[in-house]
Design a protein around this ligand. Structure first.
Ligand SMILES: [Zn+2]
Length: 738
């Protein structure tokens, strides 16, 4: 059977699905009296089922229908479980199709409607194989379908072969209360445990479980950057979300509202705090984010933030104030809170009465009264701050200024003999002042209470194991180090190695632009002059804008120019301060480039997957002629191809390039295909990459073993171009790459 009709659209079935069976059974005298009218009237899903319910002999019905459709009868007792791997659950259900067996060339699929040419085409497309239909009666077919696509199957496949995962001990003993005892619980629990421990080992700060149309996407945030780890099939996505909620004791019965909870987990003998939040996502259910906090980290001392000496000195000077307001500003994920705590730590050491108002209280600090805000119950930042001020503290740390009421209260405190430290969400120091004026602080009050603003960003540090020297002329002329720079110049760029998960970076540091409010700057603010004139005055008074502060870090090899550009962006390059917010700007009015400079903010929610228009395929084969052949076939499809001459290189390239697909030769020197597969599957991160194994022998035993070990498919040599293209396309479709 070939593709006899070119139809790409998939329409909902019209009932009965096997309407053609009426005429066949009538001719075979297998239609009980009156059934024909019933079928016409009631339009059941299957003619065959109705006829058998009315007393027709099932064996005879099946034989007659198979014969009429010119297909063999299926034997549903002999279903090769590996065959289901090539047909995703949604399509199997849509077409009521049970994959029975698969070879390198074809796939045999049981159906109760072998006349459905759309089904034949769609199933062949997604399996990358010629479809051979066999006939089975609808009822046994549907029962077999349920067995084959049990949700735990896909999860078991995901967790099988993972390295040791028994190291997570979540502190939620109550889990059993919710345990429904279904078979899916155990493998899902194992997957969640494996994810948490893997995330800790990868130095992730957050784990995102995001539903999308094909299942669940798991991503880690490492050094501020989100990294895809794996995709969980749709059949198991709900169970993973539910498990994560159960572990954090969130209300599993209410998926329609956001929830917050916490738990702890022991990973490799060390305790971690897990802050878990869930939010409903339109159409897809719930998204869960887990923050991983190391409770032993505590507060970094001020001189442990990695500030440049003049930044540290300017900041320390601001902290010597005993009244007024000092703000730290920057986008989400720019480390504002950490800096605030370090500042508090410095002030506290001088024996002064300190109170904090926070949401949430992140670290408990000995000797400091910490107040937890509860917005839901009306205990807001502003109300909390007012009650705190009645107790007359010397210093107040206010977690965040979000609204006018909080801003006004903070200013009153600052003007009446208290020292207030807080954060505000804006792009830079000058924009922070504009924002405050915008939400209602009068300019003269602003000038008299505000002592200074720190604009902050976090830059990733280059990985010391793999950073590579570059020449100065790789930098734009305006970004090159000046002659006689205060420290030895060493320009480096990111490369990537196994020490840094092939990102080229390891750890982060803060850079600051520090605007001190006095003299000319205070006068301008009092007169309501903002925007560029204020930026110019601030520079004249010694403020070094973020981009310039970052350039110094590039010149000494702490980070790369690319990283600085990614985080701070080009708007700051203009020396006139044009990138600063215009007068009365709100953050939303910031230029697009500035928004792009804050990737932590751009959190896609409903559609997390950017379309990779040209999939990248990694071809691992020790035979150069074979690599050249495969490369030419795939590039002709408009795909991008990378090559690896052996298994070791293949592993490195798989991590470094994160290809959409790996074509993996079985027989390679140094490390063979099975070894590569095994290594990739041992860690969660390796499982995000689908693999097609290329074997020299058409040996079902090896093929089955590859599939069991997590390969998506196999192809036998000699390679047929059409088959290679069909198979790679099919795999990309199945795993959800467009
Ligand atoms: Zn490295």
């Amino acid at each position: 059977m070939g593709n006899r009709r070119a139809t790409s659209s998939v329409s909902a079935p019209t009932f009965p699905r096997d309407e053609w069976a009426i005429a066949v059974l009538e001719r075979a005298a297998l239609l009980p009296p009156g059934v024909k009218d019933t079928i016409r009237r009631e339009l059941p899903e299957w003619v065959a089922s109705t006829v058998i319910q009315r007393g027709a002999d099932g064996t005879a019905v099946a034989a007659a229908l198979a014969k009429a459709a010119h297909v063999p009868l299926a034997s549903l007792d002999q279903v090769d479980s590996g065959a289901a791997h090539f047909v995703p659950e949604n399509l199997a259900r849509q077409y009521a199709a049970v994959p029975v067996s698969a070879t390198n060339r074809g796939i045999r699929i049981a159906t109760a409607n072998p006349m459905d040419l759309d089904a034949e085409q769609a199933l062949g497309f997604v399996a990358g194989r010629q479809v051979e239909f066999v006939y089975a009666l609808p009822d046994p077919l549907m029962r077999r379908l349920e067995e084959i696509y049990r949700p735990e199957r896909s999860i078991e496949r995901l967790v099988s072969g993972l390295g040791t995962t028994g190291i997570v001990e979540t502190a939620a003993e109550e889990i059993k209360v919710y345990d429904t005892g279904t078979a899916v619980e155990a493998p899902v629990a194992k997957l969640v445990d494996a994810t948490i421990s893997d995330a800790v080992r990868e130095r992730a700060s957050d784990v995102h479980f995001e539903p999308f149309d094909q299942g669940l996407l798991i991503r880690y945030r490492v050094d501020g950057v989100l990294r895809e780890v794996m995709r969980v099939p749709r059949s198991a996505a709900g169970a993973v979300i539910r498990r994560m909620k159960v572990v954090a004791k969130l209300d599993v019965s209410d998926p329609l509202h956001p929830h917050d909870g916490r738990t702890s987990a022991r990973v490799d003998g060390k305790m971690w705090d897990l802050r878990v939040s869930s939010i409903p996502i339109a159409r897809y259910g719930e998204k869960v984010v887990v923050r991983l906090l190391d409770p032993s980290t505590g507060i970094a001392p001020l001189n442990g933030l990695g500030l440049w000496p003049d930044e540290l000195a300017a900041f320390e000077k601001l902290l010597k104030n005993r009244e007024g307001v000092v703000l730290v500003t920057g986008p989400t994920g720019s480390g504002k809170t950490t800096t605030l705590y370090s500042a508090l730590d410095r002030i506290r050491s001088t024996g002064i009465n300190v109170v904090t108002v926070e949401d949430p209280v992140e670290y408990h600090i000995a000797g400091v009264n910490q107040i937890q805000v509860n917005e839901k119950q009306g205990f807001t930042f502003a109300t909390a701050l007012r009650s705190v001020l009645r107790q007359d503290p010397d210093v107040v740390l206010l977690g965040e200024i979000r609204d006018e009421e909080t801003a006004r209260t903070a200013w009153q405190a600052g003007l009446s003999g208290h020292f207030v430290l807080s954060t505000l969400h804006t792009n830079d120091a000058v924009g922070c002042i504009a924002r405050l004026v915008d939400i209602g602080i009068e300019p003269y009050k602003m000038a008299s209470a505000l002592k200074g603003v720190l604009g902050q960003r976090l830059l990733r540090r280059l990985c010391p194991s793999c950073a590579t020297p570059v020449a100065a002329d790789t930098l734009p002329e305006s970004a090159r180090p000046p002659v006689g720079f205060e420290r030895p110049v060493k320009l480096l760029t990111a490369r990537g190695c196994s020490q840094c998960a092939f990102t080229g970076y390891r750890g982060r540091m803060a850079i600051e632009e520090i605007l001190t409010v006095d003299g000319d700057v205070a006068e301008l603010i009092a007169r309501g002059t903002l925007g560029e004139p204020l930026a110019v005055a601030a520079r004249n008074a010694g403020m070094r804008p973020l981009f310039e502060a970052g350039l110094r870090r590039v010149w000494v090899g702490e980070t790369s120019y690319d990283e600085l550009f990614r985080v701070v962006g080009e708007t700051s390059v203009r020396p006139s301060g044009e990138g600063a917010a215009p007068a009365v700007a709100v953050p939303a009015a910031a230029p697009p480039a500035a928004a792009a400079a804050a990737p932590a903010e751009a959190e896609p929610v409903a559609a997390p997957l950017e379309a990779a228009s040209h999939p990248l395929v990694l071809v691992a084969d020790d035979d150069p002629a074979m690599r050249a052949l495969v490369t030419s076939i795939l590039t002709a499809q408009g795909w991008r191809v990378a090559e690896a001459p052996d298994g070791i290189v293949a592993l490195d390239e798989a991590q470094r390039l994160r290809p959409d697909l790996i074509l993996l030769d079985m027989d390679m020197p140094r490390l063979d295909g099975l070894g590569v597969l095994e290594t990739l599957r041992r860690r969660l991160i390796g499982r995000a990459v689908p693999v097609i194994v290329v074997t020299a022998h058409d040996d079902p035993a090896i093929e089955t073993r590859c599939i069991e070990m997590g390969a998506e498919d196999y192809i036998t040599k000699p390679i047929q171009p059409a088959s290679l293209v069909a198979r790679t396309r099919a795999v990309l479709r199945r795993v959800g790459t467009p």
